[in-house]
Design a protein around this ligand. Sequence first.
Ligand code: FE2
Length: 485
Amino acid sequence: MQTQDCDTQRDRFAQGKPLWARAIATPATEFGPTSLPLLSGQVPTGLRGTLYRNGPGRLSRQGQTVDHWFDGDGGILAVRFGPEETTASYRYVQTQELQTEEAKDQFLYSGYGQMAPGPLWKRWGVPPKNVANTSVLALPDKLLALWEGGNPHALDSITLETHGLETLSGLTAKLTYSAHPKRDPQTGTIYNFGVIFGPKTYLQIYCSHASGDIDRQASILLPGLSLVHDFVLAGRYLVFIVPPLRLQMLPVMLGTKSLSDALQWQPHQGTQIIVIDRDTFEEVTRFETDPWFQWHFGNGYEDTVGHIVLDYVRYPDFQTNQWLKEVVTGYPQTPALGMLWQLHINPQTGQVLQNEQRFSLGCEFPVVSPLETGQETTALYLTHHSHSQQPVEEMFDCIARIDSQTSGVVSMAFPSGCYPMEAIYAPDPTSSDQGWLLTVVFDGNQDQSTVQIFSADQLDAGPIAVLGLPEIIPFGFHGTWQAAE
Ligand SMILES: [Fe+2]
């Protein structure tokens, strides 16, 4: 065993927690524009633009920890790759709720898994806290911090100053806007949706101009109170896959259960697949298939005979939600591995044609080049567990490229105690089939976060540049790349 591995093991034994837990042990520290030291390699001259990432920056206050990882206050990291230097900033999204809690220095609101303190009746009719912590959408004149339970927050793209809730000229306070919008790479048109709870549950689907302003919207009835986190743009279609989860509304309304705890896994309901024509928003087909749960899709496309092909990370049940809840303890114990699957469906007949696992290791955060959204891709990228990891308690320690034609896998394993977040694809403006993968890595041995750049088609060559960040960046969820004008 190498010395570094021995040190890692000793540290783990001493603390009883895996090293990644250090990254979320204390609230993130904000910092303004800071020049990043180049620790190794060289930043490619063609890489010009900004990497934005979002995630729960604050999980505790006055010794109290939130009840679910999804309830941490959103913090935005912006890394700007300029001609002279690379700089970074980190700012919390200044939601109204965060400012109120800051003023009293205590948690006051219910959330996805969090229950507000105090008597039961004080929770009645109070909406959950908008934590603005899940992803970002970079628009020409603003940055949106996204959270699927409410409206997005608008931020200044440069300073990360929060301007407030954003309607995109079409959202009302009752409408929600998910954290997984899809942008057509040819037209810039943006598609998204929200799940609207009420006497009837429905998907509100949106089509926006490249500016972000909503041009069209429509309502699609859902079979019940379920959780839909992501969707697929595939050629002419939008595909929604509704897992067999049902929300027990009464305990949520009475304030006796959180949303997270009130979601029941009901596999007998089956998974419902809904295909929508993206031009008319009319329903093309709707049918049921085997029960599974997914948070995320990789991408989708129409093949040469008009069938829809899509990649997703499949879980056998909803235990993944318990694992995500336990992340805040730094020592999750509930097994919940997601695996990459590929689904083929016939949108005309409403049939599953094929549904198979593509990759043998637990994984998440599938991404593709933004130039290939909705069409057949060259490759898919994801974060995954190495063979040697103990996945139940561990965060991912590898990133991989899976070739779409050959299914060949090229993987990059990080050193022991180092954990990459979701890898973001930045296209090379000088070569349409080339690009870079950008990821933020937490090194638990050094208590340091870095930004690492890889050639997307040569991951196993290691990072071509590593830049040091001035503070630890807690594990986050999603990000985006905005190329310089
Ligand atoms: Fe997500």
